[in-house]
Design a protein around this ligand. Structure first.
Ligand code: AMP
Length: 197
């Protein structure tokens, strides 16, 4: 079986956070979400949290150097030795370069990139719903628009890089949680990654 070193990628509101956590739990690997790391630090009032609070609330990207360092540290922890699932990182081509250099240096490149495909209108609708339910600081109209624009201009091009490596699987993200989960499981199986369900 292929070691699951995964990236899940999709627009905000595609459900990638929820699906990522579920896939990672089924595979027994950590789900590493840079957004979650930043939110936890903001909630705990750490120095990192203070540095990124205004940036994340506005929907802008945290500087690459800082983000890259946080992910390298996290991937160096013992629980990521047998695989991991990244969510929300890498988010632009600079971060792709840094991540791939780091992983190639260990001889352990990503083995699959799951693209969750969801139409823009549906993403916006789901984000508005989440804003009402969870009250996330960055789920306001202005920030949502900015984050989706950044996704389209900076994050989507990442897929071309990984497509060239032949490791992208595209999954239809419209459907119930269970339906989408099953599609991801089937797509990973095609790449030799077996999720016990
Ligand atoms: P997310 O939960 O992935 O939507 O991330 C929430 C916010 O955290 C983003 O809008 C950014 O401000 C910041 N963030 C998360 N991941 C990254 C990343 N890879 N690079 C830069 N900023 C990030």
């Amino acid at each position: 079986m292929t070691t699951p070193r995964l990236l899940i990628i999709g627009p905000q509101g595609s459900g990638k956070g929820t699906q990522g956590v579920r896939i990672a739990a089924a595979l027994g690997i950590p789900a590493i979400s840079t957004g979650d790391i930043f939110r936890a630090n903001i909630a705990a009032g750490t120095e990192l949290g203070r540095r990124v609070q205004a940036i994340t609330a506005a929907g802008d990207l945290v500087p690459d150097a800082l983000t890259n360092e946080i992910v390298r540290d996290r991937l160096s922890q013992d629980d990521a030795a047998g695989g991991f699932l990244l969510d929300g990182y890498p988010r632009n081509l600079g971060q792709v370069g840094d991540l791939d250099t780091f992983l190639d240096g260990r001889g352990e490149p990503l083995t699959a990139v799951v693209e969750l495909s969801v139409p823009r209108a549906e993403s916006i609708q789901r984000l508005s719903l989440r804003a009402a339910e969870q009250g996330r600081a960055d789920d306001n109209e202005e920030s949502i628009a900015k984050r989706l624009a950044i996704y389209e201009s900076e994050t989507a091009p990442i897929l071309d890089v990984y497509r060239a490596h032949g490791i992208v699987v595209t999954v239809d993200g419209v459907g119930t949680l269970d339906e989408v989960f099953e599609r991801i499981v089937a797509a990973l199986a095609e790449r030799g990654i077996v999720v016990a369900v």
